[in-house]
Design a protein around this ligand. Structure first.
Ligand SMILES: [Zn+2]
Length: 108
């Protein structure tokens, strides 16, 4: 990927995370263990695949802000490392989130 693509990908992932946080907040108390359709948080522009996991699982993953939940095979090994493979999805961790965020700030 080029630097331009990295910046667009970072912005795209931030948007998807907002969507998923809305999904998470929309669940009723007590539904924490019910599978919910979260958006794939990969860096592929236009990806709108859904991943089924419970709110509890999602909260556990995003307790670390550098971790994202993806469809298997949607990771970009040059910017993120696969931490864990689970049935139906994988967990990745950004290699250097600080640098990506800096580039995002300089945009425009
Ligand atoms: Zn994806």
């Amino acid at each position: 990927m080029t630097g331009k693509h990295h910046r667009r990908a970072a912005a795209n992932q931030a948007t998807i995370r907002d969507v998923n946080e809305g999904i998470e907040r929309g669940q009723w108390p007590g539904e924490g263990d019910t599978p919910v359709g979260f958006r794939c948080e990969c860096a592929r522009l236009g990806c709108n695949r859904l991943i089924e996991l419970s709110v509890h699982e999602y909260e556990e993953i995003r307790a670390n802000p550098r971790r994202f939940v993806l469809i298997p095979g949607h990771e970009f090994p040059d910017i993120e490392a696969v931490i864990e493979t689970r049935p139906g999805y994988i967990i990745v961790e950004k290699r250097d989130a600080a640098e990506v965020a800096e580039e995002h700030d300089r945009r425009g």
